[in-house]
Write a protein that binds this ligand. Sequence first.
Ligand code: PEP
Ligand code: MN
Length: 274
Amino acid sequence: MTYKEVKLVSLDNKNKQKNIVKLGNVCIGAGKPVIIAGPCAVESEEQINDAALSLKKIGVDILRGGCFKPRTSPYTFQGLEEEGIKMLSKAGKENNLPVISEVITIKQLEFAYDYLDIIQIGSRNMYNYPLLKELGTLNKPVLLKRAFSATYDEWIFAAKYILNSGNDKVILCERGIRTFEQGTRNTLDISAVPYISNNTNFPIIIDPSHASGYSEFIKPLSLAAIAAGADGLMIEAHPEPKNALCDARQSLNFDEFEDVYNAVHTLSDSCANL
Ligand code: PEP
Ligand code: MN
């Protein structure tokens, strides 16, 4: 049975209505692109406060910062874990920004739940069905990243694990898939935007940072995502990208980020008339 054959309100897209996810006055899927930005990882109180203050000034809607980092190598920085979650939450509250961070286990979820506004499920955990079922019992938005090699059906089914357990506040995030191409970190599958929009009611956002691996690719890929109709973007930005403990090469500084932010909104305003 494919997802199309499974009847569920949130996947019955005959009326093409997005299932808008609301966080205070931020609405994901309501037409205006929602911008999530912040460092790959929370590294210190100073770093995340700097990011929150600078990004809020630019106009960012939601602050990101990884704390339980699912690093490919066990020898690299693994994140500040619980302490990082507290720092992120504090920086968000002080700057009136909702916050998002990834959890990998149910135990981490139990700890982080009260501190986060959106729970991020990373690419490596898209198939973690017990975790997805647990998220379904909660009343909190979930950002579900596509696994590197997941088909649309597998990704949508993963989202349905959350939905079927009772939580329909699901946002999908395309973050690049693994192909034969080695020139970029991953290959951004831009078709995911119209595919998800045409076949489901989930809002769909693009992460150009993990999709490309290069800071200079963030602007063109962000614009492509917005032109394709994405509901938002998640972009890595750091006070000092060169010194970032995680994903330095793909991180923008705040001036570079502001340029992308402005270009995205200019394009989005003109797309509204198309
Ligand atoms: C992230 O966004 O911090 C991350 C680890 O991304 P992904 O799960 O897409 O690799
Ligand atoms: Mn990263």
